[in-house]
Design a binder for this molecule. Sequence first.
Ligand code: FES
Length: 317
Amino acid sequence: MSWVELQVRGLREEARDILGVELCPLERGALPFAWQAGAHVDVRTGDGLVRQYSLTNLADEGCLRLAIKREAASRGGSQWLHRHLRVGALLQVGVPRNLFALQPGSDEVWLLAAGIGITPLLAMYRQCRLERRSVRLLYFARSPAHVAFAERLAGDPAVSLVTGLDSAAIDAYLQQHLPVWQGGRQLYTCGPQGFMQRVMQRAIARGWPDAALHREHFQAPGQTSVRQPGELRLVLARSGREVEVMAGESLVQAAARVGVNIPTSCGMGMCGACQTRVLAGEPEHRDQYLSAAEQASGEWLMPCVSGCRGARLELDC
Ligand code: FES
């Protein structure tokens, strides 16, 4: 990995808990690399961590633009950047890498984002417009205050900003707005796992083939992967039940196996229906619903998508 030192030229609150960062070469020189939409960079934070962030802009601007969501449960990284970044500060940034590139061609592009998943898709949207390629962007967020880049996107007829929907409404929206696949169309989605699964299911139902479907496996920095069986014991205090969480299973699903029904709606960490009080254990937040402060308190968790950093989690249900 080769690193370059860039200077913070601008900071901006793009939405609630989302910090926009403009990074430029020192002395207004040229960047020593280029990139394509969908790329991300590694960033060394001042607390000794390395985090990955998608680039929201294209290389022709001569600087990098990132949008960093404050991840309360990350124990560093985004927290440090939100707290300590100042205009003029220097940051070590890796050369851009792209695991989520636009397929070349002139076919119509559909971009479906949720939450901070807008970051790579914003760059893709801009690249499509630059290439005069037909493009539609559907961007789902918890509320208008959580919509990043709203000034840029609002009023654009190719963009739909959708806020505050539950699962049924999202399904209905996709059913109404996602077209039946026609030769060449490509779809790209980025956001919480539950959201991307819903998009994929709806697209497949509308005849989109695998080769036309692309997803970014967005995961908040610092989060761990799915646990293996036996690594997490879920205690459901009010019901007096306990269960071992299986690999790939949500906490809601694990609770259901022992007869404890946690109410859900979206299943994607966006609507708030499953919000549950934490009695013991350290939550691993993966939702888009709780604020950074709520996540940091460790008091609440959205069990449809979130997990636990330790081996035991006790919930008030
Ligand atoms: S069911 Fe919507 S946030 Fe969990």
